[in-house]
Design a protein around this ligand. Structure first.
Ligand code: EPU
Length: 289
């Protein structure tokens, strides 16, 4: 799975199935349920950690019609100066931002440089610079674990800081976003500004999964790890970035076990020093004991 993860670590998946349309996905989910096989969806792998022993069960990748983006016709109920676009869960966020810039649609600039898919960004309620994706989401097309498709308003999805409130194995198929019209130059300038901030504060060159831990309420995980003196600390090929302490980077030879051991060391050290339990933002897949 290392090629499906921005950490560039992880053992083999027992099976990977690329699904290109909703009908096939419904049939597959039925079959997996009937045969009691574990499954999960992987987007662009920018926020996952796959153990070295790999993943038992079926890893599903959404491609084909799930990579589409389209502008929806106005239905009269929209706010003035707003446009709806619908993007498939498998679509890269960078593709959405490119589409928005080309069509003079503003809203997604904050996500410039986030390396995920639409599906991953929505289910994680991706955020940066004071913005979160839930504030752009109009509605979502979902599939439940019986293969039934429904549409939900964004406000009913139970969004939290870096999460949504839907049942496990609810699949996001499409997301409809509300965007406003702006000038292409303004959109480009905002994207540049956020990219500069990201370059200044975050280690973007070495493989990582972005922020590793969630910020505890009112606090900064990066600052706590920094104050615990862990910047630059490494286990095997996994290292706490010198540039931002909430980034664990793969210096080239990391295994998933190195990253997990470093994660536990950070959690134990921060807990001992500050009595605060850091929770990973990264989704740890499979059985890590
Ligand atoms: N800080 C330190 N030492 C460090 C790193 C940070 O003292 O090594 C301090 C900073 O000086 C600042 C505070 O901690 O005062 C917060 O740091 P920063 O501004 O970098 O933001 P963050 O809370 O660490 C969050 C998101 C990022 C997002 C940025 C920008 C989380 C867990 N992370 O980082 O999201 O890009 O804000 O808005 O909420 C991600 O989720 O993967 C991600 C990169």
């Amino acid at each position: 799975m290392s090629q499906y993860s921005t950490f560039k670590v992880g053992g083999p998946a027992e099976a990977i199935i690329s699904v290109t349309n909703s009908e096939d996905l419904a049939r597959l989910i039925h079959w997996l349920k009937k045969n009691d096989v574990n499954w999960w969806i992987v987007g662009r792998g920018s926020n996952i950690l796959v153990p070295d022993q790999g993943l038992a069960g079926v890893t599903i990748v959404l491609e084909g019609e799930f990579s589409s983006i389209e502008k929806l016709e106005s239905e009269g109920s929209q706010k003035e100066n707003s446009t709806l676009i619908r993007a498939g869960a498998g679509c890269l966020l960078s593709k959405v931002i490119h589409y928005c810039t080309k069509n003079c649609l503003s809203g997604f600039e904050f996500a410039f440089g986030i390396p995920g898919s639409v599906g991953g960004a929505v289910i994680m309620n991706a955020g940066a610079w004071g913005h979160e994706i839930e504030n752009l989401l109009d509605s979502a097309t979902l599939m439940d674990n019986n293969g039934e498709v429904s549409t939900e308003q964004g406000r009913n999805l139970g969004f939290t800081y870096r999460g949504w409130g839907m049942k496990p194995n609810t699949v996001l198929l499409y997301a409809t976003f509300t965007l406003t019209t702006s000038s292409r130059e303004e959109i480009k300038a905002a994207c540049r500004k956020y990219q500069e901030l990201r370059k200044k504060n975050q280690p973007l060159i070495k493989p990582s999964a972005g922020s590793f831990f969630k910020n505890p309420p009112g606090l900064s995980a990066g600052r706590l790890i920094d104050e615990a003196g862990l910047k630059g600390h490494s286990i095997g090929g996994a290292k706490i970035s010198e540039k931002h302490a909430n980034f664990i980077v793969n210096t080239g030879s990391a295994s998933a076990t190195d990253i997990l051991n470093l994660m536990r060391l950070v959690q134990n050290t921060v807990y001992k020093q500050f009595d605060i339990k850091l929770e990973p933002e990264v989704h740890i897949l499979g059985d890590v004991g």
